[in-house]
Design a protein around this ligand. Sequence first.
Ligand SMILES: [Ca+2]
Ligand SMILES: [Ca+2]
Ligand SMILES: [Ca+2]
Length: 359
Amino acid sequence: MNKIPTLCLAILLGSTLFSSAFAQTPCFQKTCPPTELDVCDQTDNDPGLWHYIDWWDPAAKTQNLADAEVDLALVAETDCAEPLSVSFEMLLDLDGDGAPETRIASDNLADIPAAYVPYNNYPDPALLEWRVFDLRPVDPEANYRFGLQTTADGNVHTYRIGWNTEQAPDEWATLQLPYGKHQVVWTISDADGNEETCSTEIDIHDCGKPTLTCLNGLSVNLMPTRMIQLWDTDFLQNAADNYTTLNALTFGVRRAGDGSGFPLDSAGMPNHALIYDCSDIGQHMVELWVRDAAGNTDFCTVPLSVSDNSQYCSSYTKLLAICTDYCGVNFPLKPSFSFVGQPPCPSARHLVWLERLDK
Ligand SMILES: [Ca+2]
Ligand SMILES: [Ca+2]
Ligand SMILES: [Ca+2]
């Protein structure tokens, strides 16, 4: 039986222990980006970026995906004799379905043409389709392309995902990503095989309030029905948002002082209309509210004057709900009332207006 001499065994064990202890001490010290990066965006949506027929944001109803600057940088202080190896993998959810489908990483950067992203290449790279993200009116050499910017200040090295161009490869623009939840993983290693990673979950969302301008005031007259229904948009002069398009903004109204927050009806839906009747003749204040696709709100108030210039209120009684079994000629009218409208009634139970003959 062959035996390893005791001295050799001690040397072997010692060198193994020494090398593993050595390998566990990297010659660099990294500073990771935050593990959770919340980007609360209030900037206007850039029409030149992430804007093409392929894209669609169902919440904001636009092909112009809203975008915000994101600084994704890893910093490493190094005493290493050999250069550090640094790579990244960025996974983007560009269709907002909760799962990343777009992978941009150190190992595919060289394949990505300027102005394009490799959409739908994750998790199956074979499903790749190229999509335009840079539609700015510039020459092709000035289109943005994804890259890894590396800078050094003494022994402090900074690695940052950004955009540069073919015509100015040393000029870097801050990365702008569409709203959504994305992630980045950095991997950094030294020549001795020490490897460390940093992970960042990114959440980019709209924090910009919509802007809203109400009419200076509104004067209305009651209708022959002795009432008038007013819609939220009746009070609106204009509205806009940094992200949500005008036709995707939600409006609501309430009588001022009749609640707080965005006006909702009893079913929890936006309250779009107000009804004024004979009991409301006079001056009122109305709150008009707007809500963007991210839930940000604002409101303005409008003075409302309700009049009854045709004096419908003085010549009609209250609206009555009556059984129409006797509708028409057989309806037992009190002597002082007569029908307004055309009997016979269209349904078994019918709302009618009664005119007081004695007014
Ligand atoms: Ca955009
Ligand atoms: Ca997705
Ligand atoms: Ca907004």
